[in-house]
Design a protein around this ligand. Structure first.
Ligand SMILES: *Cc1c(COP(=O)(O)O)cnc(C)c1O
Length: 373
């Protein structure tokens, strides 16, 4: 048996009794949308994050898009985004008619290089979206300082970072506005698509509640051009079950990351991820770098270790942005060539992690490499 990258049967197996009870409760209730489970999950998740409000929506992508819409960002506006992110971050900006303006990453943290933000700002810039990529919180102090100087709104993309902490509080605390995804493979995963916005701004929360429900608060009275973007009761009930286990599961991810670091440190040519000072990494992904990434990946596959690349084609190189963003973004493109995600998760066994580490060690000893720096 090889080591799979991710096995989504394992989390269900661990929580089967609780999840089955929760879904049975919803099925029997006859109430499937915007009911008691959604309300309870929103209260519990806001509380977990240390925020006043949580508005659940249909996906992480919708969470990003609806906040931009609620802020009135649209055609003619620019929004700063990381060059290296999942394309949903960019597509949310495009969806409201604004222009995503990429900023290059820091090669160590893989989050946006905040020293480069200011140079990308123009009179049209309205907002910045730092992404807590792979579960590592971005340098929010630096992002907020730049945003304040230039009057920009800050929307955090924490699709990969529920439960991560920054400066002693969870992502979502202390007045921030944050988009989360509950896609099944994420740290807090539902059994389908769902997402949420967490904020302590009551006006924004109220606007989002309208926007996610066809612009309607009172049935058949439609105040704004909203859409259908709701988390259903089944997903909310499952998310309530899983939220209670999130910290413990993130700790288990952290234990795998610690093990990889202890086993893989000092291998020439292999760059390991680091948790930056003052943060807790959510370890959604364990992303290493190697100049011969493709060679390492192919050899791992032959050794029975499944890996993935997050992400092989940066957004500006995707067809959808071919005309508007010709690049080049050399650091983003370098990461796309060199990054490799090793298996990690709360259900990766010690034996599986050992098998991954042993294979990486053996393979790297035989790979030629120009030193990554
Ligand atoms: C998963 C993800 C999204 C989108 O979430 P969906 O729920 O799939 O729409 C956005 N940004 C990042 C960084 C993600 O990883």
């Amino acid at each position: 048996m090889g080591v799979p990258f991710l096995d989504l049967r394992a989390p269900y197996a661990e929580l089967r009794a609780e999840i089955d009870a929760a879904t049975a409760r919803v099925l029997a209730s006859g109430w499937y949308l915007l009911g008691p489970e959604t309300e309870a999950f929103e209260a519990e998740f806001a509380d977990y994050c240390g925020a006043e409000h949580c508005v659940s929506v249909a996906s992480g992508g919708d969470a990003l898009e609806l906040v931009l819409r609620a802020w009135g960002i649209g055609p003619g506006d620019e929004v700063l985004v990381p060059g290296n992110t999942f394309i949903a971050t960019w597509l949310a900006v495009t969806a409201v008619g604004a222009r995503p303006v990429p900023v290059e990453p820091d090669l160590i943290t893989h989050t946006v290089d905040t020293a480069r933000l200011e140079a990308a700002i123009t009179p049209r810039t309205r907002a910045v979206i730092p992404v807590h990529l792979y579960g590592q919180p971005a340098d929010l102090a630096a992002v907020r300082a730049v945003a304040e100087r230039h009057g920009l709104a800050v929307l955090e993309d924490a699709a990969q970072a529920p439960g991560a902490t920054w400066a002693g509080g969870r992502i979502g605390a202390r007045g921030s506005t944050v988009a989360f995804s509950f896609y099944p493979g994420k740290n807090l995963g539902s059994l389908g698509d769902s997402g949420a916005v967490v904020t302590s701004d009551p006006e924004l929360a109220a606007k989002l509640r309208l926007l996610r429900n066809y612009g309607s608060q009172v049935k058949y009275h439609h105040e704004v051009a909203g859409k259908n973007s709701r988390t259903d009761e089944l997903q909310a009930a499952v998310l309530r079950v899983k939220l209670a286990h999130l910290d413990a599961w993130n700790d288990r991810r952290g234990a795998v990351a610690d093990y990889y670091r202890s086993e893989l440190s000092g291998i020439p040519g292999l760059v390991l991820p680091e948790q930056t000072e003052g943060t807790t990494h959510a370890w959604h992904l364990y992303v290493v770098r190697h100049a011969d990434r493709d060679g390492l990946r192919a050899a791992l596959e032959r050794a029975g270790v499944a890996t993935l690349v997050h992400y092989p084609i940066p957004p500006h190189r995707c067809g959808v942005y071919a005309d508007s963003h010709p690049g080049p973004l050399p650091l983003t493109e370098r990461l796309a060539r060199e990054v490799l995600s090793l298996p990690i998760g709360p259900h990766l066994s010690a034996a599986q992690a050992a098998r991954v580490a042993t294979a990486v060690k053996h393979i790297c000893a035989n790979l030629a490499f120009p030193l990554a720096s």
